[in-house]
Design a binder for this molecule. Structure first.
Ligand code: UDP
Length: 241
């Protein structure tokens, strides 16, 4: 199918992990990679789609790792949430270089750096075609940014969550290790949970399932991948009822 520049989607959530911003480096931010992903976002923005984003923090800090090394868990989780704010600011900068108006909206109040999260205000930004990057996760320890993405996608009435990964969907086993791994075109939330398919953590999957919010897993490494999925031309796995 050819990309006609049209899509059925009006408002979507793009979830990417912090590690997606590392490029081939071992830690932190790789600005050319951030710029590349910003360009992918622009191609979808150009279609007129309203875009929410949640970016993880795993390229900088993960609470679980900190607590495994003896840190108090909630403190470590707050550090993880702060890491997502840095990533959000980097993405905002890259998007604004491309002349896309962007707001970073933080679940933890830090008025000098980002807007506080006010649902109606965020909706208004989306209506004005500003990309909304939701930072600091849910604002609560013991959660992940997958859950934050699902929560905000529900609150913003997004039609689906697009989870950009290194592979073009969900496989029955790790495609990097097994040549015979099979990709699912569609898979149910329950099957993802039962088979531990590792799309997102269990709380995020359950929250999506209970609100009938589809999760579309696709490759962000593929140039034009995000737009292709929205235009119906790319390869992905849809997690559904
Ligand atoms: N985090 C949290 N509450 C949230 C979201 C994130 O405590 O609502 C913390 C948690 O410590 C997590 C870290 O922030 O490990 C970074 O987020 P995540 O691991 O989801 O990032 P990703 O794996 O997507 O890069």
């Amino acid at each position: 199918m050819a990309d006609t520049g049209k899509t059925a989607y009006k408002r979507v959530m793009l979830k990417i992990s912090g590690e997606a911003l590392m490029g081939n480096t071992a830690f932190g931010l790789h600005p050319p990679t951030v710029q590349r992903i910003a360009k992918e976002v622009k191609t979808v923005h150009d279609m007129g789609v309203e875009i929410c984003m949640v970016i993880g923090g795993g390229n900088i800090f993960r609470g679980l790792q900190g607590s495994a090394q003896g840190m108090e868990r909630t403190t470590a989780d707050y550090m993880g949430m702060l890491a997502t704010v840095m990533n959000a600011l980097a993405m905002q900068s890259a998007l604004e270089e491309l002349n896309i108006h962007t707001r970073v909206i933080s679940a933890i109040t830090m008025n000098e750096v980002a807007e506080p999260y006010i649902r109606r205000r965020a909706v208004r930004h989306l209506e004005k075609k500003r990309v909304c990057i939701f930072a600091a996760g849910t604002g609560n320890p013991y959660f992940t940014t997958d859950t934050a993405a699902t929560l905000r996608a529900n609150e913003m009435n997004c039609e689906a969550i697009f989870k950009g990964t290194k592979v073009d969907g969900v496989y029955d086993k790790d495609p990097a290790k097994h040549a015979d791994a099979k990709r699912y075109d569609r898979v149910s939330y329950d099957e993802v949970l039962q088979k531990h398919l590792g799309v997102m953590d269990a709380s995020a999957i359950a929250l999506a399932r209970d609100n009938h919010l589809p999760i579309v897993v696709f490759s962000l490494d593929e140039p034009g991948g995000f737009r292709g999925i929205l235009a119906g031309t790319g390869t992905s796995t849809v997690v559904h009822d």
